[in-house]
Design a protein around this ligand. Sequence first.
Ligand code: AMX
Length: 428
Amino acid sequence: MSSIKEGIHDHLIELQEEIDCIFTAGRNTKVSEVNIGQIYGGMRGVVALACNTSYVDPYSGLHIGDYTTDNFSHKLPEEIFFLLSTGKFPEAESLAEFQNDLNQRAQVPQYVWDVLRNLPRDTHPMTMLSLGILSMENESVFKREYQKGIEKRNYWKYTLEDALNILAKLPSLAAGIYRIRFGNGVLIAHDSKLDWSGNLVHMLGIPDGDKSFADLMRLYLVLHCDHEGGNVSAFTSRVVNSALSDLYYAVSAGLNGLAGPLHGLANQECLQFILKIDEQLSDQVSEEELKAYVLDVLDSGKVIPGYGHAVLRVTDPRFTAFMKFGEENCSNSSCFKIAKKLFSVVPDILKNYKEGKIANPYPNVDAMSGSLLHHFGLKQFDYYTVLFGVSRVMGFCAQNILAQGLGQPIIRPKSVTNKWVLENLAVK
Ligand code: AMX
């Protein structure tokens, strides 16, 4: 058995023991109450899911297993996938075995390129990514084995096979999309001597040769990997997989959710905001000028992109990790300087704006990530969500493998009509 498979097997035993304890202590214990505002309001604040890959604390941000962002941001994405799905980082030997396994599976079938090259020239890169994965659905090991008849307790093993096949092909697929959509369409071959993110950088073929870009990509792919279970893309992916639609369907569905402007697309709006400041005021803008600019934007009824969060109540530690990277690698970049200046003025303005109604005046991850990509030569905004997607697929895969391993059933909350609410809840 491979180390990752063994790690997941052991992790599932631990998780199942915990669930057994939880159930023994009180299967019917109430967790949260749901009010009418919540059923009409996107179920915000309703605790209704268990997700053991990661957890977002309002004050300390993203946790993966026992690790906070500070403690995992220096790792490789492969180590992060191992952590998400087994609860532990791999030993050096297990990591090498896992990377070797991914390399063996990296070849993207020719028909995928045929599908992508036949799309209209202006197809969004996220459509290409989602479609590229969906087009490989006939390769699903889970589907093939399910049709033969497999025991429920083994579902996760075939879901893992699909996850490894998808993850292995992602750098080639994402880089190929970039080259078809924004370059001359000539693909660069996968290099099995490179790691997962190193390969993505290599195959993108952005001609700056700067080592820091590879470091930035590694950090980017690590920081966007997962954000617990209730966000649009992770939840969508889980719901689809809970119907035993295989991982190709589930990953493609999750990516379709990520493509929305309220979710994965927000990072490109942040960069546009910063570029506009650069164009109108330059990176030499004074603090006073910037404050006036930000207030003008707010007074015109717009939000300050990159600030605020539905769960976090502090500066996102992922923002802090990107800021540190910027200080160390591109402190003279115009975009970085403006993003940093915004950080010094925006929180105080937001704290006092709208009579303190803005729940979190601090920056989220999107306030910095696009500025750094732009500085290192990746200037096509439309592509940024693809990178977010490449990273987030690790979370989708890990969440679905663990859910299958724990035998979680199909997800099916109950909905009601207005009439039912009026008749049954005395709200007339
Ligand atoms: N600028 C101006 N106003 C803001 C604001 C900001 N950055 N963040 C929140 N507000 C406003 C809201 O618009 C809302 O006003 P309203 O009641 O008049 O509609 C009020 O403050 C209360 O909102 P909230 O409870 O603080 O936030 P929320 O949980 O409803 O929304 C978010 C969270 C992220 C959508 C919001 O902060 C926002 O629009 N931020 C700017 C866009 C952004 O950065 N998006 C990326 C989010 C990260 C991600 O998921 N990728």
